[in-house]
Design a protein around this ligand. Structure first.
Ligand code: NAD
Length: 441
């Protein structure tokens, strides 16, 4: 069993029991409750209310003041903020749950870690390669005392463990390649044109935050609760398109079974480059070195209608909107979030593979958000999607966008965080920030 999964196992088994009875869990809160700030209180923020109601929500932050009355009904004792930088300095905080727009994620995460706060960050952790590296490195320095989790909650579904077990137990022989794909297609031509003024109680300048200025348009904010991200996440300055969106969930299905670190190369092709909008149709490929249980592998991500080739003409992979496939020396494993099938290579039989007995199965992750809460209270417990696991995954995916932009295969020195064969690609590892905003505050 891999160390990460062993830790998951022991952590899940231990629950909160490692905590001495009567101990103060949140360093600042009595009664084993954490003092939490919720940043971004509407939309995806609503999905966290139930879990947070069991803790002390002491601060609420949103750039849209219209969202406060409802949130205050649920968390009446909280102080409100419109600027997350001020919110993070709320006295006595233990932890932060952040559901803001993607272009602020790495900032909020890094500032929170700098203040020794536990962080639950909605996906994606970052939208630039350097951002992912900075946040991961910061957490690794503090991982013994701080719990982190990226909002890839599908990870807790049973199929993730079953797929991992099959790959590790040799169900398709020796692993050679992994593919993940997503078929959400939302097309935009460019940033929205100026239209009207932001309402008085909507702080558009704070919403833009570190990103370059674009004119206000209500079209960025007219989506429903939890899906408004689809109004802005395809623009380069606000998101990473489907790589950050469904890519965070779907690559996770493969990533969980690979025990991969960072790739040594990335190459990508897709539709014509648009300086405003991330590509809809794009495919990216990464080479990963061998690890202690498998040889080198190639990992691929497809989106916007592009797909890996089906191993068998009778199987139409396009019927799986978001899925993953693994290629081994004896066959293929194809999975969506809930199911999986094995397809043998030609007439080769599947080798000696027996599903695990129940007592050998990886234990369930359990409630995904609660796993983080438990780890905040006892940082010796692990989380499934901490900033190392999720940081590596999103760094790989974002390198694909860099390769797409320069239009060539890039060689990557993952220790230094440098592209070694393209100065132009190197410049794209970092995205431009507005004056006055720093990642390390
Ligand atoms: N894990 C999942 O399954 C899942 C599902 C949906 C969305 N998300 C993620 O959640 C995040 C929010 O998505 P959404 O659709 O709710 O977006 P949204 O535009 O509705 O924003 C959510 C809330 O955050 C506030 N906000 C935005 N930027 C802010 C800032 N800088 N400071 C304070 N408040 C700010 C908004 O006013 C809004 O109330 C995105 O990163 C998205 O990727 C995750």
């Amino acid at each position: 069993m891999q160390r990460r999964h062993f830790l998951k196992t022991t952590a899940a088994a231990a629950g909160c029991m490692l905590l001495p009875r009567g101990a103060r869990a949140g360093k600042n809160a009595p009664g084993n409750k954490l003092n939490v700030a919720l940043i971004g209180v509407w939309g995806r923020g609503l999905a966290h209310y139930e879990m947070l109601a069991e803790e002390n929500v002491v601060a609420l932050c949103d750039v849209n003041e219209k969202r406060f009355p409802e949130a205050l009904k649920r968390f009446p004792k909280a102080q409100t903020y419109v600027d997350w930088r001020k919110c993070l300095d709320h006295k006595g905080l233990d932890a932060v749950v952040c559901c803001t727009a993607d272009h602020t994620h790495a900032f909020v995460a890094n500032w929170a870690l700098n203040r020794d706060l536990h962080v639950y960050m909605e996906k994606p952790l970052a939208i630039g390669v350097e951002e992912a590296r900075v946040v991961r490195a910061n957490w690794l320095k503090r991982k013994d005392k701080l719990a982190t989790q990226v909002g890839m909650q599908r990870h807790a579904t049973e199929n993730f463990n079953r797929v991992r077990e099959m790959i590790r137990d040799g169900a398709i022989g020796e692993l050679k390649a992994a593919y993940a794909w997503g078929n959400r297609q939302i097309r935009r031509d460019g940033y929205l044109p100026a239209q009207g003024q932001p309402p008085q109680d909507f702080h558009f300048d704070l919403w833009l935050g570190p990103s370059p200025v674009h004119p206000y348009n209500p079209g960025y904010f007219s989506g429903g609760a939890g899906s408004n991200c689809l109004s802005w996440n395809m623009f380069w300055d606000f998101g990473a398109g489907q790589i950050g969106d469904m890519g965070s969930h779907t690559m996770d299905l493969a990533w969980n079974a690979l025990d991969a670190g960072l790739p040594t190369s990335a190459e990508a092709t897709g539709e014509k480059f648009n300086p405003d909008v991330t590509p809809v149709a794009c495919e990216s490929h990464f080479e990963h070195p061998a690890n202690d249980w498998r040889g080198p592998i190639r990992v691929s991500w497809y989106q916007g209608g592009l797909m890996p080739r089906s191993p068998n003409p009778t199987i139409d992979l396009k019927r799986i909107d978001h899925g993953a496939m693994f290629k081994g020396t004896r066959g293929f494993l194809i999975a969506d979030f809930g199911t999986r099938i094995i397809v043998p290579w030609g007439d080769k039989a599947v080798p000696n593979y027996k599903p695990r007995a129940p007592e050998q199965m990886l234990p369930p992750v359990g409630h995904f958000q609660k796993q983080w809460i438990n780890a905040c209270k006892n940082p010796s417990l692990k989380t499934a999607c901490d900033f190392e696991y999720s940081g590596n995954m999103i760094e790989q995916m974002l390198l694909g966008l860099v390769a797409y932009r320069v239009g060539k295969k890039i060689e990557y020195d993952s220790v230094a965080g440098r592209v070694t064969n393209s100065p132009e690609a190197n410049d794209l590892l970092r995205r431009p920030y507005r004056a006055g905003w720093t990642l390390d505050g």
